[in-house]
Design a protein around this ligand. Structure first.
Ligand code: ADP
Ligand code: DAR
Length: 351
C-alpha cells in the first residue's frame, strides 16, 4: 500500500481518528511473520468508512508490529494504555449474582460468551484454509470428549442439511457468513469450509468454530439465573482448555481479531422486557452508561429491538476481569428492573 487511504469527511471510526500520515509512512511496508500487512489490518475500515473501529489483527504479532496504530485505538476504546496489564478471574464464587428476576417477569434469557483463538496460530484474517480446517478438526475433537451436561454433537456448516439448518436457526444457534465488516477483514474466506456449531443435548451450551474468532464458547438458557449460566461457561472453558491452548498475553489478555474483544473477550447479556423504561430512551441510556452497559437489538450486533425487548450486556472487556464483566451486567439489570417496576406501579396508581 503506497498511498494514504482516502476517508469521507464524516468518517468517525477510530481508524480515521488515529491513522496519521506519519504512522502510515512508518508502518506501510511492514509485514508480520504470517505476511499480514498494514493494508490488511485497515482494509475493513477503508472499505467500510461507517465502521466504529475499522481495524482487525491478523495475528498476535500485529498488536506489537502495528502498535503505533493499535495502541491508541485500544486506549480510545477500552481506556487501557500500552503499559497496562490485564487480569483474568473466571471463578464464579467471586460473583454476587442472585437471580434479579426470579418470577421471570422481565428477563427472557441469559447468554454469556467468550471469544478464544488457538495459541501459536494466525487469527482469522491471516489464517490459511489448511490451518483453519485443522482448528475445526482439533476443536471438534476436543468437544467430542465433553461429558455430562456438556456432552452433545457437532454440526459442520459445510453440507449441513436443510432440516438441521432450520432447527439451528429456530434455536438462534446458527451463525451465517459475517457481515460486510468481517468480509472486508478476510474473516469469511473459504466460507462455509472449516466452520461449524457444537451444542449440548440440553441446548444450553454452544461452541461456534471459526466464526469471527476460532472459538466462541457460549452458555445460555431461558430466565435470569446468571450465576448458573456463568458457572456452566467457566466449567466448559477449563474443560476445552485441557486440550486446546488459547492465545493469551499478559498485556492484552485473550487475543482476538477485533480489538473490541481483547482481554476477557466476554459479552454477558440478557434479553429483557423494559416497555415503560424504554419509552424514555435518555433515562434508559443514562442507567446503562452508569453501569458500563451496551444496548443492542435482539437479533445480533446491528439489529433493532422488538416489542420493547432489548439485549443488555457489559461494554467493558479489557482491563476488567470476567467476574467484573458479569457483575457490571448484573448490577445494571437490577437497577433497570427496579426502575421498570417503579414506572409500572406509578402508572397503575394513576389508573
Ligand atoms: P456476540 O458478539 O455476543 O455473538 P451478537 O449480538 O452478534 O453478539 O449475538 C449473537 C446471537 O446471540 C444473536 O442471534 C443474538 O440474538 C443471540 N443472543 C445474544 N444475547 C442473547 C440472550 N441474552 N438471549 C438469547 N439470545 C441472545
Ligand atoms: N464492525 C466493526 C467491528 C465492531 C465490533 N464488533 C465485532 N467485532 N463483531 C467496526 O469497526 O465497527
Amino acid at each position: 500500500m503506497s498511498t494514504f487511504p482516502t476517508f469521507p469527511t464524516d468518517c468517525t471510526s477510530l481508524l480515521c481518528k488515529h491513522l496519521t500520515t506519519e504512522i502510515f509512512e512508518t508502518l506501510k511496508d511492514k509485514k508480520t511473520a504470517n505476511g499480514f500487512t498494514l493494508e490488511d489490518a485497515i482494509r475493513s475500515g477503508v472499505e467500510n468508512p461507517d465502521s466504529g473501529i475499522g481495524v482487525y489483527a491478523g495475528d498476535l504479532e500485529s498488536y506489537s508490529l502495528f502498535a503505533s496504530l493499535f495502541d491508541p485505538i485500544i486506549e480510545s476504546y477500552h481506556g487501557f494504555s500500552a503499559s497496562d496489564s490485564h487480569q483474568s478471574d473466571l471463578d464464579p464464587s467471586h460473583l454476587d449474582a442472585p437471580n434479579p428476576d426470579p418470577e421471570g417477569a422481565y428477563i427472557l434469557s441469559t447468554r454469556i460468551r467468550v471469544g478464544r483463538n488457538v495459541a501459536n496460530l494466525p487469527l482469522g484474517p491471516a489464517i490459511s484454509m489448511e490451518q483453519r480446517n485443522q482448528v475445526e478438526q482439533d476443536v471438534s475433537t476436543a468437544l467430542g470428549t465433553l461429558t455430562g451436561a456438556l456432552s452433545g454433537s457437532y454440526y459442520p456448516l459445510e453440507g449441513m442439511s436443510e432440516t438441521v439448518s432450520r432447527e439451528l436457526i429456530e434455536d438462534h444457534f446458527l451463525f451465517k457468513a459475517g457481515d460486510r465488516f468481517l468480509e472486508s477483514a478476510g474473516l469469511n474466506h473459504d466460507w462455509p469450509e472449516g466452520r461449524g456449531i457444537y451444542h449440548n443435548d440440553d441446548k444450553t451450551f454452544l461452541v461456534w468454530i471459526n466464526e469471527e474468532d476460532q472459538l466462541r464458547i457460549i452458555s445460555m438458557q431461558p430466565g435470569g439465573d446468571i450465576l448458573e449460566v456463568f458457572t456452566r461457561l467457566t466449567t466448559a472453558i477449563s474443560e476445552i482448555e485441557r486440550s486446546v491452548p488459547f492465545s493469551y498475553s499478559k498485556h492484552l489478555g485473550y487475543t482476538t481479531s477485533c480489538p473490541t474483544n481483547l482481554g476477557t473477550a466476554m459479552r454477558a447479556s440478557v434479553h429483557i422486557k423494559l416497555p415503560k423504561l424504554s419509552a424514555d430512551m435518555e433515562h434508559f441510556k443514562t442507567i446503562c452508561d452508569r453501569h458500563h452497559l451496551q444496548i443492542r437489538g435482539i437479533h445480533g450486533e446491528h439489529s433493532k429491538s422488538e416489542g420493547g425487548i432489548y439485549d443488555i450486556s457489559n461494554k467493558r472487556r479489557l482491563g476488567v476481569t470476567e467476574v467484573q464483566c458479569v457483575q457490571d451486567m448484573v448490577d445494571g439489570v437490577v437497577e433497570l428492573i427496579a426502575e421498570e417496576k417503579g414506572l409500572q406501579s406509578t402508572s397503575s396508581n394513576r389508573q
